[in-house]
Design a protein around this ligand. Structure first.
Ligand code: BG6
Length: 487
């Protein structure tokens, strides 16, 4: 039985870093604004940076005021009273000791490590040595948990020596996105799709995560990881799991996570031949994105690099439901538009009763789930266009659209930062939307297989101009399977 006590504080490690500034602090502020933080809840922060309490509070105020939503003075007053900061090196016992005065009186803090994963183990050991990791503490870990199966295990073992698995919350922020959770609702709160959700009716699935941003000054991290490890191992495989998993018996953390693990275990291992036929790596060169000239990856990096900033591949799930249904995944930086999308392509009708023009117009149904930038779910259905042309039967594909923003617009319809939901769940102790150790490790096992097949096949990144949809091989890959990317 998982205990779900409510935390009385969150302690942000790495509180002056980019993630804390862009995502975590604004998310906590919004949770406060919307009345989700209990009255005495504390937002405590630590970092190695030498800042005083007042300097940190001023920094937080400035970053919140600079956001498009602006700062509400009433909320700020309440939020400010929750804040405290201690400068410390939390990788050492002495540093963890320095946090004690700030944590005094707290019964159940959540520790959030917005730090490099290489520090997770040391911070946990230091927290334990200082007596701060007791039974009512939880720990939240940012991705990536490791760089491969081996390093991920090392981290999991080091953290697991201090915290039980049920107190470890591994974040994949894609699971905090409304539309991602809506995928669960779409599949399991409707009778409509589930009977069709299999290889009898579905032809193939496409998952695209396209970004216009480049790597920029994140290259010291990125160059070690590349698109496969930075995006595909986590966010994209999580999306794939939610599309492909069997209905869980309920929304309990282990019910959902058990089903996701089964999908990961059913992923077909990549061979050298698969690497050559069904995958492509790319790296952006200078080009134009959004009307602006941008640098290539190697110019940003300052030297040659064999890291991919684009990957497209075909994944096959070897089980009864999905046998024969390819899942095409592609992700890349410096692509022409920002788009996160899942396209479920249904099979064509088994026999057409139409002839002439109408027959040519027949298009198989497609369910498009747009996650970003707009949240939309669209089902294309064939329809008779009004009129008498083409013998009175002219067919046309029309979208049945469920624009989530329009459906829920009005006061309070602000699009939430994905971290808001996840932080709230971590505070409450609900781990359904967090990634369990075996999930992370299964995902690494498969990704390690892809990386090994790439090495065996000597597959190096093909250049693509920034602002294009990746190397030509990405098109060839899907065309080889008789399909095309949905653009
Ligand atoms: C992060 C990756 O996990 O996700 C980044 O490290 C990527 O490289 C980001 O840009 C994308 O997140 P989102 O929410 O903007 O799609």
């Amino acid at each position: 039985m998982i205990e779900t006590w409510q935390a009385d504080a969150i302690v942000l490690f790495g509180a002056t870093g980019d993630l804390s500034h862009r995502m975590l602090i604004p998310s906590l502020y919004h949770l406060d604004a919307d009345g989700f933080l209990p009255p005495n809840f504390k937002v405590l922060a630590t970092a190695r940076a030498q800042l005083t309490h007042d300097e940190f509070v001023a920094q937080v105020r400035d970053l919140l005021a600079a956001r498009p939503e602006g700062l509400d003075e009433t909320v700020w007053k309440r939020f400010e009273a929750r804040l405290d900061f201690t400068s410390a090196d939390a990788t050492t016992e002495a540093g963890a000791e320095q946090l004690k005065p700030m944590l005094e009186g707290l019964k159940a803090p959540v520790f959030y490590l917005a730090l490099s994963p290489s520090l997770y183990g040391r911070v946990c050991v230091a927290l334990a040595a200082a007596g701060l990791a007791h039974d009512h503490t939880r720990i939240v870990l940012e991705k990536p948990v490791g760089r491969d199966l081996e390093t991920s295990r090392e981290i999991n073992v080091a953290v697991g020596a201090v915290f039980d698995e049920e107190r470890i919350f591994r974040i994949d922020h894609y699971l905090g996105k409304e539309t991602v959770q809506n995928l669960i609702a779409l599949r399991f709160a409707n009778t409509l799709f589930e009977p069709l959700w299999n290889n009898l009716t579905i032809d193939h699935v496409q998952i695209t995560v396209a970004e216009t941003e480049g790597v920029g000054d994140r290259w010291p991290y990125y160059d070690e990881y590349g698109a496969l490890r930075d995006m595909l191992q986590n966010h994209m495989l999580q999306l794939l799991c939610l599309v492909a998993m069997e209905p869980p018996s309920d929304m309990e953390p282990d019910s959902v996570r058990n089903e996701k693990v089964k999908v990961l275990r059913s992923l077909r291992r990549f061979s050298r031949v698969d690497a050559q036929t069904w995958s492509i790596r790319g790296q952006y060169t200078p080009g134009v994105v959004g009307g602006k000239q941008v640098k290539g990856y190697q110019e940003e990096r300052g030297q040659e690099s064999g890291t991919e900033t684009f990957v497209a591949l075909r994944a096959d799930i070897d089980n009864w439901r999905w046998a024969g249904v390819p899942f095409f995944l592609r992700t890349g930086k410096r692509l022409p538009e920002r788009r996160t999308q899942i396209a479920i392509q249904f099979k064509p009708v088994p026999h057409s009763i139409f002839d002439g023009q109408a027959k040519d117009d027949l298009v198989a149904n497609r369910l498009i789930i747009d996650l970003q930038p707009d949240e939309d779910i669209e089902l294309t259905l064939m329809n008779k266009a009004p009129g008498l042309t083409a013998g009175g039967m002219r067919l046309q594909a029309l979208p049945l659209s469920l624009s989530l923003l329009r459906a829920y617009e009005g006061p309070g319809a602000r699009r939430r930062i994905a971290y808001e939901r996840l932080l709230l769940d971590a505070i409450k102790g609900n781990s359904t939307l967090f990634v369990r150790r075996d999930e992370v490790e299964e995902a690494w096992r498969w990704v390690d297989g892809v990386a090994a097949a790439w090495r065996e096949a000597g597959l190096t990144p093909k250049p693509y101009a920034a602002g294009s949809w990746g190397p030509a091989g990405a098109f060839a890959l899907i065309e080889r399977a008789g399909r095309a990317w949905y653009d």
